[in-house]
Ligand binder design. Structure first.
Ligand code: ZN
Length: 423
């Protein structure tokens, strides 16, 4: 299953641009990376849920990306990602996107056809016994029983990914888009052994997958740092990378296949582990950020003062008033402590500095408030409802917002993950 068409570069960063106003500022971060000697390719991702909440169409994300690339004279590849799509939602993305995140998490654990399990198990005797992965000290032991169980658990999901893949392929043609398979939005993390078995199934299904997003252990909440055992994450991440290298060789998957880390923004405590591991294995990684650019818009508005600061406060007050409703769709990926949320009547008196230092995620900063940040993160619906009023202020304050967008993406994400320097 060699790649003959579009190829995703070794290092890539997924950025969301909810209101389609920051593509240039985001791309500027990749330009800075290039100036530092490293190619980090931008992938603009937007899910169906986001489009629905904002009231936008995938074509608008494509136009914004194309315009930014033209304006900055970007010569490297770039992509538009139909993020977390399914058979039901993929349709309207097919024309505008060239990267598809096939989300099959909902099908994990749904019993596979017994005949399919039988075929899979018989087809993969090489998975049985001990597998020593290059570059690690660990040995995977797979018994007929554990292979069968993993097949029962994941085969149905992989078959679903195949259906979505073939639907896209029938329109766009093989090689004209990058397929990613995501399994992150589920309760239980997949072990490195399970990842290996999943990759065998993906190869059988004929999906030339270039990135795979497993669920890692620990919590990957939106917009805030990793919560979990960093040493354990590092160990599992290395085994996942080694399992991918093994799968590429053994099952003939595309040579550039790499891990995709979803909700990967703000996970400052695991960036050194990610960087060290990809260097050690000479592997690539796709870091998919979680739409946090919208928070940089708020920070920029607050920093601008005047009407911008007033609007940022109003958005907080509205989000506070509708906290339960805004948080509900994101319940499994946020941890807000209501006691830590400042009263809107207090926020009304805040200076620019108070607002920005509470919201801006600088690791270790005393005034940083992760509960406020998470509430505002899910509060983009409030700004979406404001329509032109919000967008006009974005446009009026473009330079200060753009500076914050670029700095967040470059200094706090690209630098530690891809360049391996402290943020
Ligand atoms: Zn995801």
């Amino acid at each position: 299953m060699a790649n003959s068409g579009l190829i995703l570069s070794k290092y890539s960063i997924g950025t969301g641009d909810r209101f389609s106003h920051q593509a240039k500022a985001q791309l500027q971060a990749c330009v800075k990376a290039l100036e530092s000697g490293i190619v980090v390719v931008p992938v603009w991702n937007k899910s169906n849920r986001e489009h629905t909440i904002i009231g936008s169409e995938p074509s608008s994300a494509r136009q914004a990306a194309d315009a930014a690339v033209k304006a900055l004279g970007w010569k490297q590849p770039y992509f538009c990602d139909a993020d977390h799509i399914t058979l039901q939602t993929v349709g309207r993305f097919i024309d505008s996107c060239d990267f598809f995140t096939l989300d099959v998490a909902d099908f994990i654990g749904q019993p596979a056809q017994e005949a399919d399990v039988e075929i899979f198990v018989n087809r993969h005797p090489e998975l049985l016994g001990s597998i020593k992965l290059e570059g690690t000290d660990e040995i995977f032991e797979i018994t007929p029983q554990s292979l069968r169980e993993a097949a029962q658990k994941f085969l149905g999901a992989v078959k679903k990914a195949g259906e979505v893949y073939r639907k896209i392929e029938s329109v766009k043609g093989a090689g004209n888009f990058i397929p990613e398979v995501s399994m992150d939005e589920t309760d239980r993390a997949q072990s490195p052994v399970e990842l290996l078995i999943i990759l065998a199934a993906i190869a059988d299904e004929g999906i030339p997958v270039q990135t795979i997003a497993p669920k890692f252990s620990g919590r990957f909440n939106k917009g805030v740092d990793y919560v979990g055992d960093v040493a354990q994450f590092e160990r599992e991440f290395a085994l996942d990378v080694a399992a991918i290298a093994y799968a590429v060789k053994t099952f003939g998957l595309p040579a550039n296949l790499k891990l995709s880390v979803h909700s990967g923004s703000d996970k400052f405590s695991i960036y050194p582990a990610i960087h060290d591991t990809i260097k050690r294995f000479d592997a690539g990684v796709h870091l998919k950020t979680a739409g946090t650019t919208w928070l940089e818009e708020l920070i920029g508005l607050a920093e601008a003062g005047g009407d911008g600061l007033a609007l940022a406060k109003e958005i907080y007050a509205e989000a506070f008033a509708h906290c339960d409703e805004l948080c509900a769709p994101y319940a499994t990926v946020i941890d807000i402590d209501p006691a830590k949320l400042p009263a809107p009547s207090d926020v009304r008196n805040w200076t620019s500095e108070q607002y920005t230092s509470a919201l801006r995620h600088v690791p270790g900063a005393a005034a940083y408030n992760s509960s406020l940040r998470q509430l505002l993160h899910v509060g983009f619906k409030v700004a979406a409802k404001m329509g032109r009023r919000y967008l006009d202020l974005l446009e009026a304050n473009e330079p200060v917002i753009a500076r914050n967008v670029t700095e967040n993406l470059y200094d706090r994400h690209i630098v530690p993950v891809f360049l391996g320097r402290k943020a």
